[in-house]
Design a protein around this ligand. Structure first.
Ligand SMILES: [Zn+2]
Length: 282
């Protein structure tokens, strides 16, 4: 059935190129240094127009800013502090926020920020207590920053943590929220969809039932594709270095799952990502 649809489309628009790809979430600066420029230089050959380069902390934010200067338009940096790591001192966090204030016009978004679901789970499994409160406090500070500067916010917040993130976003009137690689309950998913938040699918959309189910339920106007590279994937991607071109496979999987034409879905993902990150405005 899909083949028939594609054939029809080919007849109608024989020379139209598919929409470009945008990787909505990747840690470019976490690739080995010698591979970062190679990866970025290879994007044009894979029809990748841009990547949203999220940051782990201040040094990572600085590195992504430098990459965005070397590859203008291609690397769209987001600055923040990844929650799955120990918190630095208040003074170090103040430095990060001061730096973000100074570079606010260079950032497409605040991120990656959120709550440490996996670290907390691991601590609890080891019988070690885990204090979530300072992470919630820090996330609220990032939410306020995003609201003040009218920036989208990139969230690592899964399962019950997503509800805490929703509470903070709602409290501060922040509506431009992207829950990357989201997993969570039906109730949370409905709340996020209602609030016009976005989600993105990684290459595990090809083989993870939980993610495949989400893809069929979430509003198609609020979805994007990402790799979270250099995070490695399984299934058909086993042993491969994660590359933004894999978002094409994510889009193909989504089109099959939802029974829509692949070219149309590729355009949809492109439009969604451009709109969410206001990429035309930069
Ligand atoms: Zn990430």
């Amino acid at each position: 059935m899909n083949d028939l649809k594609n054939m029809k489309l080919d007849v109608r628009t024989p020379s139209a190129a598919p929409a470009p790809l945008i990787d909505a979430h990747i840690h470019v600066d976490s690739y080995p240094p010698e591979q970062q420029e190679l990866l970025l230089a290879s994007l044009a050959d894979s029809s990748v127009e841009a990547v949203i380069a999220v940051s782990m902390h201040l040094a990572s934010s600085r590195a992504n800013l430098r990459l965005s200067e070397r590859f203008p338009g291609l690397v769209r940096p987001a600055f923040g502090f990844h929650p799955e790591q120990p918190l630095p001192s208040q003074a170090e966090l103040d430095l990060l926020f001061d730096w973000m204030d100074k570079h606010v016009e260079h950032m497409v978004a605040v991120g990656e920020v959120g709550l440490p679901y996996y670290n907390r789970l691991e601590a609890l499994e080891r019988g070690v207590s885990f204090d979530l409160a300072p992470y919630i406090e820090l996330l609220e500070r990032f939410v306020r920053f995003a609201g003040k500067h009218n920036k989208p916010i990139v969230l690592h917040a899964v399962y019950e943590d997503a509800d805490i993130a929703c509470d903070l976003l709602e409290r501060h009137g922040v509506t431009q929220a992207h829950f990357h690689w989201f997993k969570g309950s039906a109730a949370t998913t409905e709340r996020m969809a209602r609030n016009d938040y976005y989600v993105s699918f990684t290459p595990d959309l090809l083989y993870e039932d939980e993610i495949r189910s989400l893809a069929t339920r979430y509003p198609s106007g609020q979805v994007m594709a990402e790799t979270d590279g250099p995070w490695p994937f399984e299934g058909p991607f086993a042993e491969q270095q994660t590359h933004p071109r894999m978002t094409a496979e994510v889009i193909r999987a989504y089109s099959r799952l939802t029974g829509q034409d692949e070219t149309a879905v590729r355009q949809l993902f492109y439009d969604n990502t451009k709109r969410f990150y206001a990429l035309s405005a930069f």
